[in-house]
Structure formats: structure tokens, C-alpha cells
Design a protein around this ligand. Structure first.
Ligand code: SAM
Length: 218
């Protein structure tokens, strides 16, 4: 049963305090994490882990990202209420549900068919708003739905996928971890003009690999 209780809400408030202490300061992002019942994205047997600031396995060799990572990437993306956002790596759907708190215009693409099928059903049951979910290689973006004001990649890439840069609107931001198979540096690339991009570097993280044409080979 999809149930949220006062106890869960209290645990979320404690998690949000922890994230604030770790430097997350964007109030809309903190409010979004306070609103999304993360425990519902876990199998009941693992629910007790939902409000620890940790990544957790979701099957298929994949993970639901750590809340700090979700908050950090979402803060860097700087979502405005009218923005059109693409998430690459739907996974459990948690990050997608957080983005939906900030804008109703969210597309999310997942490479793994099993996760795609499961998360699609789950988000519908949760009534988590109307994200457009897609199954396919998100390293190529979603040309038919472009341009985007924000693209958030939740898997580690070997380099910047050119298709994702092309699919940014002028003024749009790409937030993506790029590195080797051990650590990835969080990058934000802003499209300043049709052919001009600003690249900023932030903290190091450790993600599961981005697969596909502009990702790691399987
Ligand atoms: N955002 C997810 C969440 O909130 O649960 C966490 C995602 S997990 C860290 C990364 C996801 O990226 C995995 O589900 C993986 O299957 C997916 N992935 C890897 N390569 C991909 C690609 N080329 N296109 C789309 N999804 C990809």
C-alpha cells in the first residue's frame, strides 16, 4: 500500500535538515525533497533505509541516488516553474518525482527495459504527476522533444554527449557527472549562445555508468 505517515514526514524533515547542513540552500529544492515520499520508492523490506542519506540498490544492477546527490544536481539545474526538463536515467523514478515538484514539464528516459516498465507502472500508481517516460538511449537525448531548459544526467559519462549539448535551448543547462569508472566530476554546461557554452566544475561523485552510444560500452 502506498502510504505516507507522520513518522515518514518527520524522517523527511530530519533528512532535509541534514542536507541543509551539508550545503544545499535552494529552498524550492529542499521543499521538493521534503514533499516526495522516498520510502515508497523502496521495496517494503528495505523501507527503513529510505531516509538515510545513502544510495540504495533498486535491482538490475542500478541504484536510487543518494538524497544529497539528488538535491545537489537539482540545485545546480536551477529549475524554473515553466522549464522543460529532461532526465537521463529514470531508475526508480525518485529524481523524476523531485523534478515534478519544480516544473510539470518533465521527460525522463531509461535504457533498462525492466526498470522502465516497473517505474512507469509505479509512478502512475503514485499519481506523481505527468512525467513523459521513455525507454531508450538517453545519451542521445530526445531529439523529438528538444529543446530543453535543463538536462540532468543521473549516470556517469566518459565525456560530454554532443547530442545533449545540441538539445539545450539557449540559456539551458546540462548537469552531468563526467569521469572514469571510479569517480566523476559534476559539470554544469550552460548554452550561452547557439555555438557558445560555459563549463563549470563542482564536486566529485561516484555514479553507475552511462551506457549507450555516447556512454560506456557494455
Ligand atoms: N535517477 C534515478 C533515481 O532517481 O532512481 C537514479 C538512476 S541510476 C543512478 C542511473 C540510471 O541510468 C540507471 O537506471 C541506468 O539504467 C540508467 N542509464 C544508464 N545509461 C543510460 C542511457 N544511455 N540512457 C538512459 N538511461 C541510462
Amino acid at each position: 500500500m502506498l502510504q505516507d505517515t507522520y513518522r515518514h514526514q518527520g524522517q523527511r524533515r530530519a533528512l532535509v535538515r541534514e542536507l541543509r547542513q551539508r550545503g544545499i540552500h535552494a529552498e524550492p529544492v529542499l521543499a521538493a525533497l521534503a514533499a516526495v515520499p522516498r520510502h515508497l520508492f523502496f521495496a517494503p523490506a528495505f523501507e527503513a533505509h529510505a531516509y538515510q542519506d545513502k544510495a540504495f540498490p533498486i535491482g538490475e544492477g542500478q541504484t536510487i541516488s543518494q538524497p544529497y546527490t539528488v538535491a545537489y544536481q537539482t540545485q545546480l539545474l536551477g529549475v524554473q516553474p515553466t522549464d522543460r526538463v529532461l532526465e537521463v536515467g529514470t531508475g526508480s523514478g525518485y529524481q523524476c518525482a523531485v523534478l515534478l515538484q519544480l516544473t510539470p514539464h518533465v521527460d525522463s528516459i531509461e535504457f533498462n527495459e525492466v526498470l522502465y516498465g516497473r517505474t512507469r507502472q509505479f509512478l502512475a500508481a503514485l499519481g506523481a504527476g505527468a512525467a513523459a517516460l521513455h525507454c531508450g538511449d538517453g545519451s542521445l537525448g530526445l531529439p523529438n522533444r528538444a529543446p530543453f531548459d535543463g538536462i540532468l544526467v543521473t549516470a556517469g559519462a566518459p565525456s560530454l554527449p554532443p547530442a545533449l549539448l545540441r538539445q539545450l535551448r539557449v540559456g539551458g543547462r546540462l548537469v552531468i557527472p563526467v569521469g572514469d569508472n571510479q569517480t566523476q566530476r559534476m559539470l554544469r554546461v550552460t548554452r550561452e549562445g547557439p555555438e557558445s557554452f560555459i563549463r563549470e566544475e563542482f564536486e566529485d561523485f561516484r555514479f553507475v555508468p552511462l551506457l549507450g552510444a555516447s556512454g560506456w560500452k557494455q
